[in-house]
Design a protein around this ligand. Sequence first.
Ligand code: WTA
Length: 647
Amino acid sequence: MSEIYYPNPEFAKDAAIPSMDAYWELQNKAIEDYDGFWKGFADEKIEWLAPYDKVLDESDAPFYKWFTNGKLNVSNQCIDRHLDTKADQNAIIFEGDKGDAEHITYGQLSTRVNKMANLLKNEFGVKKGDRVVLYMPMIPEAAYAMLACTRLGAIHSIVFGGFSSEALKDRIEDAEAKIVITADGVFRKGKPYMLKNVVDDALSQGGKSVEAVLVVKRNNEEIAWVEGRDHSYNEMINAQSDICPFEPMDSEDPLFLLYTSGSTGKPKGVQHSTAGYILWAQMTMEWVFDLRKDDVFWCTADIGWITGHTYIIYGPLAAGTTTVMFEGVPTYPDAGRAWKMVQDHNITQFYTAPTAIRLLNKTGEDEPKKYDLSKLRVLGTVGEPIDPPAWKWYYEVVGNSKCAIVDTYWQTETGGHMISPLPGATPIKPACATFALPGIMAEIIEEDGTPTPVGEKGFMCITRPWPSMIRNIWGDPERFKKAYFGDCKKDGKPVYFTGDGAMMDEDGYITITGRTDDVINVSGHRMGTAEVEAAIKKHDAVAAVAVVGKPHDIKGEGIFAYLVLKNPDDASDELKVAINQVIKKEIGAIALCDAMAFVPDVPKTRSGKIMRRILRSIVKGEEITQDTSTLEDPSIVWIIEAIVKEA
Ligand code: WTA
């Protein structure tokens, strides 16, 4: 599609980056003087407690260090430094599943975070460097806990509430967490949904490093209680002082871990730094969402994912804006819920995943027209490619053909946006991430580092380190190097491989084409095929399995499993249900298979490697164009194809 949508000039004139000339001025400055570019922003944006001595240290690449020996504290950056001017401004607007709302000012946020930090420090001995696991719903206490950790210099690791006890236990053990913070449960679609029991299960299976479980009350349902280990946040918090001095942290001290799926093995603990991360969270917040005074920003992600970290909590609060936190789902009690919230809270920027847009479109095409959405200026998408029809509906019906749409491309590992339109500058092509942000050196290349020709698919890479990049995989530096840097070098320096494919058009616009590795993107969530296969193999009946992504109307991709049974006579619908139950136990409901097929074998090369590409083509109903002559048994392809067609 070659249609171009230009920024509204009225809006552009006051934008953070008001034109493509302004964009190029910034980007050229970064190209000419990379350190100087970043120094300017680091000095302007961050409240340093002690100055740094070097902008970027590349001596131990790819273990880059930014703003070496500088001192700062993220809870100061997000709260304290705003108090002189913003104590009475809303920091967080919380809306519960049932419509209950709470407005929390920066002043109140300060009090609550200080108290929470004192609770963690005084009652549980949490200190700098300790790991704290959060298994929390979307309630304000989750934000207090994150910020309290940063105040003390403890490293939080948030585990999404949809992960199972087994997955939670693995993450607790990998990080050797000292304490778990959770809630009794949450409300979802008007009903209580339990969380604390999952923590109990996880800790009954392992997680011996955990000394205490701190439980926040949310739905007041009955829960089991382990005396001595479990503690009530609500009973203890009032006794805490509201003054807890923040710990001066080194620029490179780890800020948090967040586990994410890769193409091989277990999920990896992506480790982020303090200064570089918060700097880019704040800069992208200001640029990409074109923040202005009195804005109210709503990102619909869950804090269990990177989008929730960077664009519900750290970016908005570092930038001193008002952020919305929502406990529920956007289609309950009806398909107008999200739009009602936009109206009720005067929301100016709305940021969500294409899956949600497709769902809201499908369940309530005309719903947005029933509400006053006139305050909206910027609409964002993230997590997966957006298809042009969904983009158009978002633009025309939700944005009333007046809002800029920013298709933001980034990853857990990048910390913040990498490629995105700028609302006041970029002429937008629908469903296109457009250009790298100023300071980001993005290139589409072949495996050997040569540039991919215009109009062809290549690997999306970032060729220079950037401040908010992943610093390490927790406890596994070798895997870090191997997973992201490979052998490819540019000007003698390692190149970061995103794992995504991309294509540039003749105007220099970048479109992300999807993963190039064995990661499936389900509703914008990353699922490693290896992880799902490992779970399925735990079922006794299964001899071999291969899972692939299958296009799905709403979710983008769903999970499809090819199952080879030890005894083919066991094939049944009941077995499919039982296999999904194993997945639910091992990973969580988010990894359930949408469909399965029992097959006599999977196509393998003579060296035993599963040819997933063929399996992907079969499930999409595409013609098989791959060379099958290298297969151990080429005839299996046609057999499987017939089975899948039949199903
Ligand atoms: C995909 C989410 C197309 C991509 C922030 C990436 C996208 C993975 C886009 C990261 C986009 C993210 N267009 N694909 N705008 N944004 N992706 O770590 O495959 O949960 O590698 O971070 O989502 O997912 P993650």
